[in-house]
Design a protein around this ligand. Sequence first.
Ligand code: GAR
Length: 217
Amino acid sequence: MARRRTAILISGRGTNMTALIAASMEPDYPAEISLVLSNRPEAPGLKRASDMGLATDVVDHKAFDTKPDFEAALTARLEAAGTDLICLAGFMRLVSEEFVDRWHDRLINIHPSLLPAFTGLNTHARALDAGVKLHGCTVHYVRAAMDNGPIIAQAAVPVLPGDTADALGERVLAAEHQLYPRALALVAREEVRVVDELVRFSEAPSEPPGMLMSLGD
Ligand code: GAR
């Protein structure tokens, strides 16, 4: 199967983007990163991506009067790059139903919690406040509701006594960097499909969809 042409959408530093690009440089990885697109011209991830030899572009949401106009420009740029799959990687704009429909089940996101717990922002502080003992991250197909959609893969990390939101966040981020390339590989190899808004796997998926990270990971 040809490698799937994958665009990464970012708004910030792009550490998950970097993990995806690094994975895509392995010869047998099933996706190639054809474009890194940011809605913020100042996103540090853009320089990181071009330093790694990737094509980058900006579609600045502030340059558009309406969300449909902004998203039409995004879609035009994605189409021009021959995009098969889109990875949101710290892309901090809510996407509309129309955008989700246009890229239906070809649009995935990573979120720093074990969904459906802790959608939204400040997930690590909220996990500590709730007293959970396992926290983690989720890769899911995107739906119009924020941080919602069929779950592809999750990684759980322990919450440790005395954890701060920053310390816990670093542990989760390390898990994100391992999980996202594996989840994209499952999608790109077409080992997952959505049935009745749940993800179904091929009989023997090549990557484990659930990962328990030990402290050494
Ligand atoms: C990551 O932790 C990602 O899970 C989160 O933004 C961060 C981006 O970091 N995404 C969301 O909260 C989406 N709701 P990065 O730019 O270093 O990859």
